[in-house]
Design a protein around this ligand. Structure first.
Ligand SMILES: [Cu+2]
Length: 180
């Protein structure tokens, strides 16, 4: 396993909306699969659900499949997709995400993301965040990032469906549970 710590300036350029310090950000490459820029959104006190993100890249000669996600801070974690159906956000649990050679998959608000369930403590801004992304061929890749503020992703509350807002809120779980 190689561990690279890219320059803060590079991270800042790639993540213009992430205002939090990036001292804990990491980028790890295993067998041609790179996981970089892990982060999560802060959660309100008492919240049991959080949402986390990262970038995944494959070398031009590498294909793989993301099959599982986990974090020590969460009782369990799931890979989710998100699509808009008119005004309604639809989230769906994915068993895996296929990665073609030379692919760049960015997990981000309003797109595929990592859902953290049964949080053991709230995600607080600037706290370190450990995520493990497990791939079919590359195996588990552990990265450490930072929790960003709610403001960094535009979240204002729990009840509206504006961009980036509702992924950590309770109705997400209900949407998800009732899907299909
Ligand atoms: Cu979700």
């Amino acid at each position: 396993m190689r561990l690279k710590l890219p320059a803060l300036a590079v991270l800042a350029a790639l993540l213009p909306t992430l205002a939090a310090p990036l001292a804990h950000a990491s980028e790890v490459t295993v067998k041609g699969v790179t996981v970089a820029h892990p982060w999560a959104r802060a959660t309100p006190e008492g919240a049991k659900i959080g949402v986390a993100f990262a970038e995944i890249k494959t070398d031009k000669d590498t294909s793989d499949r993301l099959t599982a996600v986990s974090s020590p801070i969460a009782g369990r974690a799931e890979i989710h997709s998100m699509t808009m159906d008119g005004e309604i956000m639809k989230m769906r649990r994915l068993d895996s995400i296929e990665l073609k050679p030379g692919e760049q998959l960015v997990l981000k608000p309003m797109a595929a993301h990592i859902m953290l369930f049964d949080l053991k403590q709230p995600l607080k801004e600037n706290d370190p965040l450990k995520l493990t992304l497990t791939f079919e061929k590359a195996g588990p890749i552990e990265v450490e990032g930072t929790v960003a503020s709610l403001a960094a992703t535009g979240a204002q509350g729990h009840e509206n469906h504006s961009a980036g807002d509702s992924m950590g809120s309770m109705h997400h779980q209900h949407d998800h549970a009732s899907h299909d």
